[in-house]
Design a protein around this ligand. Structure first.
Ligand code: FAD
Length: 402
């Protein structure tokens, strides 16, 4: 068949396919997905879909008929098992599909607990796919005892859903504080308080020794010696990029599928985008795990597959919904040395990450204005005086006029 083949029918794969068509590409586009469903959004899985407020139809990135209208051949429900780089083809269920150019958008997989500590027991879940959430949905009944392992965004969002539905929740985080890997202590403190107010018990600096039970989990032994009776467990301890296919094909791997600044892998006919791709950034290589990156990178890769030679410069943004708090994040906070806080009347709060005089990133809680202004400043490389940021009597919008 030839043309462009995309492996992975998730956020990046879908964005790439749609962009190819919007750029006028008329060749064959085939998108292959291991999951049996058309491309859908993952963020609601730990938020409104888990809560039962979002339907499956609302989860789809596009109505399933859209792909047919676009002339994108979807092959769903089976993984690509090998890439034959010499023959320029991929293998799916014994069938070989040839390509002129190949894009890998294979995403990532959740880390699981080892069998030795009970990770295999029934009633132990991760949240990555629609099937994961559909399988665990029946567990979310009022009064049941849920243990969440991991105090990152997914664990905290699941806790918020569970608390809203009247579950008894304990969340453990082995680091000294929740969100330690991704946010400042100020943001951790903020969310710890919010969860405490909703009755979620958060234990920090505490890890799981083991889960026990016959076939099904019924008990958890924690590092502080305590034991909990549990009805089910959600494990949210991070993800690893899905690189197996690329690795087997001999592509360069470096914490993800290594690409150049254009999104091209070590094979000139193969590209990568989204959670699985590790790309050049400020002298090193980084990998981002968010929707904004998946969309922007995939669209740049689509342009470059058609010869544009555009460099991908990440402009990270992210959000999380917990109870009535909307957190919006922009920028990358790595290397920050101080936090400037801005607290407005009405509960809007934002934490601004500075390195020296340089504004790196921003966490805004129920403060859409701070987020909007902060994003524009960071994207433009403008660093306002921290004293101005901290002064709530100064309208942030005035900074954009300067
Ligand atoms: P994915 O969306 O994971 O898609 C990859 C697809 O490739 C998968 O369907 C996988 O099955 C398939 N695949 C893998 N290997 C093969 C193979 N060999 N053959 C065929 N198919 C294959 N981001 C935000 O910005 N904000 C949020 O609030 C947020 N919340 C999240 C909540 C949850 C519960 C989860 C799981 C993620 C969340 N994210 C959020 C992250 C965001 O969803 C991901 O960064 C984004 O989906 C990455 O897109 P992707 O296309 O790279 O990977």
């Amino acid at each position: 068949m030839g043309g462009i083949v995309i492996v992975g029918a998730g956020q990046a794969g879908a964005s790439l396919a749609a962009k190819l068509r919007s750029l006028g590409y008329e060749g064959a586009v085939t998108m292959i997905g291991e999951e049996p469903v058309p491309p859908y959004q993952r963020p609601p899985l730990s938020k409104t879909y888990l809560l039962g407020e979002t339907s499956l139809e609302q989860l789809y990135l596009r109505a399933p008929s859209y792909w047919e209208r676009l002339g994108v051949a979807l092959k769903l429900g089976a993984p690509v098992t090998a890439i034959d780089r010499a023959a320029k083809s991929v293998c799916i269920q014994g069938e070989h599909i040839s390509y002129d150019q190949l894009a890998l958008a294979t995403g990532s997989r959740p880390r699981r607990l080892p069998r030795a500590i009970g990770g295999h027991l029934q009633g132990v879940y991760t949240i990555r796919t629609l099937a994961d959430v559909d399988t665990m949905a029946a567990e979310f009944e009022t009064g049941r005892r849920l243990l969440i392992v991991g105090g990152g965004y997914i664990g905290l969002e699941a806790a918020a859903v569970g608390a809203k539905l009247g579950l008894k929740i304990t969340l453990i985080e082995m680091a000294p504080r929740i969100l330690q890997r991704v946010a400042a202590p100020e943001t951790s403190d903020y969310f710890r308080k919010v969860h405490a107010a909703h009755g979620v018990k958060i234990l920090e600096g505490v890890w799981l020794e083991r889960l026990t039970g016959e076939d099904r989990v019924s008990n958890a032994v924690l590092s502080d010696g305590s034991e909990l009776t549990v009805d089910f467990v959600i494990v949210g301890v991070g993800i690893t990029p899905e690189t197996l296919l690329a690795q087997d094909a001999g592509l360069d791997i470096e914490n993800g599928i290594r690409t150049d600044e254009f999104g091209r892998t070590s094979d000139p006919a193969i590209w990568a985008a989204g959670d699985c791709a590790s790309f050049p950034h400020q002298g090193g290589h980084i990998r981002l795990e968010n929707v904004g990156n998946a969309i922007d990178q995939a669209e740049i890769v689509a342009e470059n597959m058609l010869g544009a030679q555009k460099v991908y410069g990440a402009k990270p943004w992210f959000w999380s919904d917990q109870y009535d708090v909307k957190l919006q994040i922009t920028g990358l906070n790595a290397g920050y040395d101080r936090i400037v806080s801005r607290r407005s009347e009405g509960g809007a709060v934002s934490f601004w990450y500075y390195k020296g005089d340089t504004l790196l990133a921003l966490d805004a809680m129920n403060d859409a204005r701070a987020y909007m202004v902060g994003k524009r400043l960071i994207d433009a490389g403008i660093s306002p005086d921290p004293a101005v940021i901290a002064n709530v009597s100064i309208d942030l919008k005035s900074l954009l006029k300067a």
